[in-house]
Design a protein around this ligand. Structure first.
Ligand code: NAP
Length: 484
């Protein structure tokens, strides 16, 4: 019997409960409620922003070396509590314990990386035509940052945003996804325990219908960083238009992998299966479209189907599970709906395509690793983001045709090519319209110091990760002093 944990939100520099609660379900066994979190009211959110402004003042004036030390301690706390946190994460999200353990480790790496970055120079000395004048450029914190995050990497995505935001000296109001809020509250606890001033972090939980307007409409907000669906991201941009605040949106994807006839087909099938089906396909960088040269298409599909069928679906905490469930019943029925539409439009279901059989799978939100063959570019499945373990395969006649079809998408997050030809690799890297491009590697799996973000409707001009992330979290002041 799983114990239902109770959480408070973190608002006004303290842990805050509420009479109304949100249930957090276990996707591996949907009737089990693993936790309850407060469904805060709009008044509490407004209160949170006032404290965040004070937090920005305190933390922004904290010595950068001390800021780095706090982030480093937060990373150490995450690592000390890794097995407990991975379990919580797996229980509320459905990813396997191995995947959740990897996520805790990578989240700690974000704080370790930006703990060091906090010490780097924060400006430049520049020439000035005026006599006896010393002019410099300062990069200073923007102030109060609203971070809105999705359920698919519920610890990693907040860490990717909070680590550079705090390294730069900002306060953050964090709104985690309602399907997976508890791990964000655990991250908040780790940061406060590490010595972050409690005023500098506000983590609110609640229904968007009730708090959305005050969450996004607060005049205290200096910057909004969002990761989630393209629809919500674009709506957010419209809502803040005219307020002249910076907005960073990392949104949907429809990531393509191209397999040429000269590729190592075993490597391609194994890599594409891992990138398409790990985390049950619920990764923004998951491979969802495969363009294969016609002469090797059938041999490739045969291999991909064999790998897909070898991936055991099951509960997140079962060590034999390779593919966990979808995050929710809603997501499960959405993905199954996409497969049904593809089949109705003429695609062949070569593997999976169902919720699976047996009592264990029926209890959870499963979709079996799915390979769709004979897909054409006019099918809905080719254009629409599925966000589940579904890979669609289409035959092409050349690299040029493959790149053209890969680019014919409103999305541009990540893409991969499988080939032994350096010339094909160079053509692909030059011509592909995606923020991340890989050769003989998966579309997923980028490191904390690699600039990350999509083109077109997948992202915004501000990159995440690496040193470049600081551009979003700082503003630039040019200062001139004439000595008298
Ligand atoms: P979502 O529905 O857009 O939700 C994302 C976050 O926005 C959640 O915290 C959600 O809160 C909140 N939200 C929803 N409506 C809002 C509104 N009107 N105003 C303010 N906030 C609002 O996305 P999701 O279903 O959680 O995540 C899946 C999507 O994220 C996929 O499209 C995936 O591609 C994308 N994603 C992109 C990246 C990337 O880096 N490009 C990374 C990961 C995921 P509630 O949960 O309370 O509704």
């Amino acid at each position: 019997m799983t114990e239902t944990r109770s959480y408070n939100a973190h608002v006004g520099g303290r842990w805050e409960g509420s009479g109304t609660l949100l249930d957090v379900h276990d996707p591996s066994d949907w009737d089990t409620v693993v936790a309850r979190v407060p469904a805060l009211g709009a008044d509490v959110v407004r209160e949170g922003y006032k404290t965040a402004r004070e937090g920005a003042r305190i933390w922004g004036r904290t010595n950068a070396l001390e800021r780095g030390r706090v982030l480093f301690r937060a990373a150490a706390i995450l690592r000390d509590r890794a097995s407990e946190l991975a379990r919580l994460l797996a229980q509320e999200n459905g990813k396997t314990l191995a995947e959740a353990t990897g996520e805790v480790g990578k989240s700690a790496e974000f704080f370790e990386f930006y703990a060091g970055v906090a010490r780097l120079p924060y400006g430049d000395l520049i020439h000035d035509a005026r006599p006896d004048t010393t002019t410099s450029v300062w990069h200073e914190p923007v102030g109060v940052v609203l971070a809105i995050t999705p359920w698919n990497d519920p610890l990693l995505t907040p860490s990717r945003k909070l680590a550079p935001a705090f390294a730069a000296g900002n306060a953050v109001v964090l709104k985690p996804a309602s399907d997976t809020p508890t791990i964000a509250l655990e991250l908040t606890r780790a940061l406060v325990d590490a010595g972050l001033p409690p005023e500098a972090i506000t983590t609110v939980t609640g229904r968007i219908g009730e708090i959305g307007e005050d969450l996004v409409g607060s005049p205290e907000i200096d910057a909004i960083t969002f990761t989630g669906s393209t629809g919500v991201g674009l709506d957010l941009q419209r809502k803040v238009a005219g307020r002249n605040i910076r907005v960073q949106c990392e949104m949907g994807g429809k990531n393509a992998a191209i397999v040429l006839a000269d590729a190592d087909l075993d490597l391609a099938a194994e890599t594409i299966a891992a990138a398409g089906f790990a985390q049950a396909g619920q990764r923004c960088t998951a491979t969802s479209r495969v363009l294969v040269e016609a002469s090797v298409k059938d041999s490739f599909v045969e291999r991909l189907v064999a790998v897909a069928n070898s991936y055991a679906a099951g509960p997140s905490l079962d060590p034999s599970t390779v593919v966990g469930p979808m995050v929710s019943r809603r997501q499960q029925s959405d993905v199954i709906g996409h497969v049904a539409t593809a089949s109705a439009e003429g695609a062949t279901i070569a593997a999976g395509g169902t919720v699976g059989a047996g009592e264990v799978l029926q209890k959870g939100c499963y979709v079996l690793p799915t390979v769709l063959d004979d897909v054409t570019a006019d099918m809905t499945i080719w254009r629409t983001e599925v966000f589940g373990p579904v890979v669609a395969v289409l035959a092409v006649s050349s690299l040029d045709e493959a790149v053209e079809l890969a680019n014919a998408s409103e999305y541009g997050l990540s893409a991969a090519l499988f080939t032994k030809s350096m010339s094909a690799a160079n053509t692909f890297l030059r011509d592909i319209d995606a923020g991340q491009a890989a050769v003989n590697l998966p579309t997923s799996g980028w490191d904390v110091h690699h600039p990350f973000g999509g083109f077109k409707l997948s992202g915004s001009p501000f990159k995440e990760q690496g040193l470049g992330a600081l551009a979003f979290y700082t503003r630039t002041k040019t200062c001139a002093v004439r000595a008298l």
